[in-house]
Write a protein that binds this ligand. Structure first.
Ligand SMILES: *Cc1c(COP(=O)(O)O)cnc(C)c1O
Length: 704
């Protein structure tokens, strides 16, 4: 090694450039590079490159980079980032109109990677995947959310099986974010009025490929003590905290973009949490001297809105008192009375009993609105018919764009290798051309698919044993039993998502004897892995967790059911790779779309789901399993649970398990593999965020 060929400063710069662009969150080689710098720190910091760089000394970094292999790897990763940033593989002419005026995307949570824990569940992951795909396809995109230093929460389960919540305080120095500063190096701040106080809001910037995210926070010395914690937790606190967070997100976010001289072509509100932004834009229009009606028209031209929530009670609502308490100054700055202000958030403007609904505000102030699946669209149109007097439900102007996932973020390295082997390094582009994709899938060799399934399942089983060992040790139990947990050859079913009660995690245990028979079959072993967080105030959801933990300790189920603590994106990646079957049994039609089942498809997993959300659109009779029929039951909730669980047992007993264990002479389940191929062929090209973001551009973002 000579000094001539090794310039530390230059190489070091490349390392930092890689670490500060979250494109690494969907680039396995870059993740491996950082893992190699310090496998232990990588592991204990939830896979965080910045934390790795903070922990190792400069000398250590220098000595690692002495290795030619490490430098070659670094160069490959860095070149791939440069190429990614430079080239839009297939520039789309329509996107040009956004080059100077970006799409501004507002969401209360954005999930990019487990090490940046500013999300709670599906809504956040969807926002993160949207951000990544916007970057992939070259759409000028800027996202706005809050910087939750304590994240959502860390889930621990006590010896009674009850969920406890822990909070860590994250330091921005150990995250891939930088404070937003002006040219003089001073923090850029904007002020929002909350109640009688002027609250300062600062921002951190995160870069995801070509997309930019701004994370807002109020933890600043000039703010009164109780305002500093406003942005600490995702959906934390009571309705006063909630409205304050929404003021910061909507009004603070719009002001920040203005302070940074962005002129967005369109503001996209992902859910109603950010809808106050429309009133900040309204304020701006009024200052230009426009009449209220004209100002509303101008705001509407620039706003679009996505609604997810299929039950009336699930939408954010604030009382007149709370609005008055939090926003009275803002209300007078608009030149309207309090009642005049309330009208923006009421279905029936003159009904004084009606509270202020953020979804109503968003719908009134947007030129376009959509739900997130076909059925969710239908439900939403029915729910909001009252807002459009004289229109029938079918005529209510709420369309739908079905959610997708960012394919690369959820694809296991091992799976990626299989596609690459069959179709070369450019294999992903074939997802966008159905004939090419069909041909690729046809060429996937059956035995390789099965070898992949075994490898991924084996990896998951080892991962589960390791995690359970750590859980046991923390409880002071012996970890001796852990080695017998799970079987790498057994049909592995995954159920992992937020433990909201409508998702009915324990449905498969409705009839315990029948469940015990299913799971106790020695010839055709079946095992189920559960994971998921209940909201801190949702005791019914926590009771579901407890029920499953208790069953996992019951001798009839021991070793065949596990509950893995602390579901997050990292755990989700393990599960969507290793599970053979992804079970989803929500109460129809409450699953707005769902996305987790889409993540398993390219890893060779099979969906088994109630006909709700995205699945009833994707299911074709051959690419997975449908539980029950695609129709409303018109029965009591108890009856619905009973009917759905009966249907679930029938599918498992008569179709799913027999098909998985139907092997040919060489041990291959050919019919099962055929179903995997059909699933990859039909689902992967449609239920991804490349397709989804393009739909948003063409149907909502572009001015007609
Ligand atoms: C994908 C994902 C979700 C969404 O799951 P659904 O089953 O669609 O509700 C939630 N949490 C995490 C961590 C995810 O990765």
């Amino acid at each position: 090694m000579t000094e001539k060929t090794f310039h530390f400063a230059k190489e070091r710069k490349k390392v930092y450039e890689l670490a500060y662009n979250l494109r690494w969150s969907f680039d396995c080689p870059t993740q491996q590079f950082f893992a190699k710098l310090s496998p232990r720190i990588w592991d204990i910091t939830n896979h965080n490159p910045i934390a790795v760089l903070n922990e190792i000394s400069e000398d250590e970094l220098r000595s690692r980079l002495m290795s030619k292999t490490m430098r070659d790897e670094l160069e490959l990763c860095h070149k791939s980032l440069r190429d990614y940033l430079r080239a839009v593989r297939r520039p789309i002419a329509a996107f040009k109109q956004f080059d100077r005026h970006p799409v501004a995307y507002f969401s209360a949570e954005i999930g990019i990677h487990e090490s940046l824990p500013i999300y709670s569940g599906g809504l956040g992951i969807l926002s993160g995947d949207h951000t990544k795909s916007a970057s992939d396809i070259g759409l000028n995109f800027v996202g706005v959310t809050l910087f939750y230093r304590q994240g959502y929460f860390i889930q621990r389960i006590n010896s009674e099986g009850w969920q406890l919540e822990d909070y860590n305080q994250h330091d921005h120095h150990s995250l891939p974010v930088v404070p937003v500063e002006d040219e003089g190096g001073k923090l850029v701040k904007v002020q929002v009025q909350i109640g009688r106080s002027l609250v300062s809001v600062a921002a951190y910037k995160a870069v995801v490929g070509r997309s930019v995210l701004y994370l807002l926070e109020t933890n600043l010395p000039e703010n009164e003590e109780h305002y500093r914690d406003l942005t600490a937790r995702v959906y934390g606190g009571d309705s006063t905290t909630r409205i304050s967070q929404e003021i910061i997100l909507g009004i603070g976010g719009a002001k920040l973009l203005r302070a940074l001289e962005y002129e967005p072509a369109v503001y996209h509100m992902n859910e109603g949490h950010s809808a106050f932004l429309t009133l900040e834009l309204l304020h701006e229009q009024l200052l230009l001297g426009r009449s209220l009606d004209r100002a509303v028209e101008e705001v509407k031209k620039r706003c679009v809105f996505t609604t997810h929530t299929p039950v009336a009670a699930g939408h954010d609502r604030f009382s007149q008192d709370l609005i008055n308490f939090s926003l009275s100054e803002f209300v007078s700055s608009l030149g309207v009375t309090l009642d005049g202000f309330m009208k923006f958030g009421r279905v029936h403007p003159d009904d004084k009993a009606e509270t202020f609904c953020m979804t109503v505000l968003a719908l009134k102030m947007s030129r376009g609105a959509n739900a997130v699946s076909e059925l969710n669209g239908k439900v939403s149109r029915q729910m909001w018919t009252g807002l459009f007097p004289g229109k029938k439900a079918e005529q209510v102007p709420i369309g739908h764009i079905t959610n997708g996932i960012h394919s690369l973020s959820w694809l296991a390295m091992e799976s990626r290798a299989v596609y690459e082997k069959v179709a070369g390094p450019d294999w992903m582009s074939k997802l966008e051309h159905s004939a090419e994709w069909n041909a690729l899938v046809t060429r996937l060799p059956e035995d390789e698919i099965w070898a992949l399934r075994y490898a991924l399942r084996r990896r998951l089983v080892e991962f589960i044993r390791e995690r359970m060992k750590r859980q046991q040790i923390r409880y002071g139990n012996s970890s001796a039993q852990v080695e017998k947990l799970f079987n790498p050859d057994a049909l592995t079913i995954g159920f992992s998502r937020r433990f909201a009660t409508y998702k009915r995690a324990p449905l498969v245990f409705t009839d315990l004897d029948r469940a015990a028979q299913l799971l106790g079959d020695k010839k055709r072993p079946v095992q189920i892995v559960f994971s998921g967080k209940a909201h801190p105030r949702d005791d019914a959801g926590k009771a579901f967790i407890q029920l499953i933990i208790n069953l996992s300790r019951d001798s009839r189920f021991a070793g065949k059911i596990v509950f893995v603590e602390d579901y997050d994106m990292g755990l989700a990646r393990q599960l969507v790779a290793g599970c053979d079957v992804w079970l989803n049994n929500p109460k129809r039609p409450l699953e707005a779309s769902g996305t987790s089942g889409q993540k398993i498809v390219m890893n060779g997993g099979i969906n088994c789901s109630i006909m709700d959300g995205w699945w009833r659109e994707a299911y074709n009779g051959k690419n997975g399993f449908a539980i029950g029929e695609d129709k409303e039951l018109h029965v009591t909730p108890e009856e619905q649970d009973k009917i759905d669980s009966q249907n679930l047992y029938e599918i498992l007993e008569r179709k799913l398990i027999p098909l998985f264990y139907d092997r040919d002479a060489s041990g291959l389940p050919l019919k099962w593999i055929k179903m995997i191929k059909e699933s990859i062929r039909t689902i992967a090209p449609v239920y991804n965020t490349t397709r989804m973001v393009k739909d948003y551009v063409h149907k909502y973002y572009m001015q007609k």
